[in-house]
Ligand binder design. Structure first.
Ligand SMILES: C[S@@+](CC[C@H](N)C(=O)[O-])C[C@H]1O[C@@H](n2cnc3c(N)ncnc32)[C@H](O)[C@@H]1O
Length: 221
């Protein structure tokens, strides 16, 4: 189980006892998720695409799911969100996202449902948002081919989980990405970028969120 911690933008994150790692940047969980996944990922998906198939590696606190739902109030796409999470959290009610993001009743209900809802099936959580949570190890999962327009790659850092940042794993991601699809991650480590390149992705180095110089966006060309 994880312990809740406070990050510097006032938002909560967690520390995994199993991996000894925080779920987000200590400089700000919301700030990081918004920058790396929403701005560099969701908002970079082609405007012409109305149905977005999205994969998240490591659902954790559900913050990326929630921020995606909130951003989609403006984008107005239909989102089919698959979230891989091998070790679901139990103490999500202690997280301060509801207060901090000043969520209305609908959004509060969304946040609750994303945690208590069924696993292993695509569940409609709102008019334009479908979520399938899958409780599987990334190493073990089999994914559809050429399918995802967007991947949020949010495993713990390579020093804690070297086995998830390999060429083999990125090849699996690449094969599951649709043409012109995007994989976005906070990590900009040289060996990780080389593994992504070797798997076939084209890479862009972008400025990281506050406290971090660089992040990576990978594109399937
Ligand atoms: C950096 S945290 C993700 C934070 C999350 N996106 C959030 O917004 O809270 C990494 C997540 O990956 C999960 N995880 C770790 N190893 C995994 C594996 N091999 N397969 C699937 N999930 C894994 C952890 O339980 C954790 O929730």
């Amino acid at each position: 189980m994880g312990k809740i911690i406070l990050t510097q933008d006032g938002s909560h994150s967690m520390v995994s006892e199993q991996f000894g790692e925080a779920y987000h940047s200590k400089y700000g969980a919301i700030q990081e998720s918004q920058h790396v996944f929403i701005e560099a990922g969701l908002e970079a998906v082609s405007e012409d695409l109305n149905n977005i198939h999205l994969l998240e590696m490591g659902m954790g606190t559900g913050l990326n799911v929630l921020l995606t739902y909130l951003a989609n109030q403006t984008l107005k796409k239909t989102i089919y969100y698959t979230a891989i999470e091998a070790y679901p959290i139990k103490n999500w009610q202690e997280l301060n996202y509801v207060e901090l993001l000043d969520l209305d009743e609908k959004a509060q209900h969304f946040f609750e449902q994303l945690h208590v809802g069924a696993w292993e099936e695509m569940v409609q959580l709102s008019e334009h948002f479908y979520l399938k949570k899958t409780k599987t190890l990334l190493e073990k999962i089999s994914l559809p081919k050429d399918h995802f327009h967007l991947i949020y790659f949010d495993a713990f850092a390579p020093n804690a989980q070297a086995n998830l940042w390999t060429e083999d794993i990125f090849e699996k991601m690449y094969k599951s990405t649709a043409l012109d699809g995007i994989l976005t991650t906070y990590c900009a480590k040289g060996s990780v970028k080389r593994a992504m390149k070797a798997a076939g992705f084209g890479l862009e180095g972008l400025a990281g969120p506050p406290g971090k110089r660089e992040m990576t966006r990978a594109i399937r060309k």
